[in-house]
Design a protein around this ligand. Structure first.
Ligand code: DQA
Length: 142
């Protein structure tokens, strides 16, 4: 069981970026805990601030892993290209958001990904990623 986590722009700054919204834990620290919680799952983690690199990563991983947790961050609200990449691959993609995007600015209510992903987990803080792992394990019957 291999699950790939892909984080988009500015999520490399978790821990210091707007802690009132995103919390004060770094993603690296959270990721270490997450791996310990699921010892039978093989994880891989990528982060990029560049849309094309995210698309390359989705294409590269999307035919060999069991599922992708994708927090495309701001590109969620703008990227037809990332939506098309999700449609082109085999692996189920779960759209992840740390904050509740629907309780924030109007431009965050639109997602170019929601209609092409398997499901969406929004607003549970970093725990959204753990819930995403659980959802992929369920989909795969594990
Ligand atoms: C985010 C929500 C997006 O609107 C925002 O641009 C992000 C993070 C979240 O995880 O809550 O960078 O995807």
């Amino acid at each position: 069981m291999k699950i790939v986590i892909i984080n988009g722009p500015n999520l490399n700054l978790l821990g210091t970026r707007e802690p009132g919204i995103y919390g004060d834990k770094t993603f690296d620290a959270y990721y270490e805990d997450l791996k310990l919680s699921f010892p039978d799952v093989e994880f891989d983690y990528f982060q990029s601030n560049i849309e094309g690199v995210l698309i390359d990563t989705i294409q590269k991983e999307g035919f060999s892993c069991d599922g992708i947790l994708l927090n495309a961050a701001a590109y969620t609200h703008t990227s037809v290209g990332i939506g098309d990449a999700i449609k082109a691959i085999d692996a189920p993609v779960v759209e992840i958001h740390i904050s509740n995007t629907f309780s924030r600015e109007d431009f965050r209510h639109k997602s170019y990904l929601s209609s092409v992903v398997k499901g969406i987990i929004v607003g549970f803080g970093l725990d959204s990623y753990r819930l995403g792992v659980e959802s992929i394990l369920k989909i795969k019957g594990e």
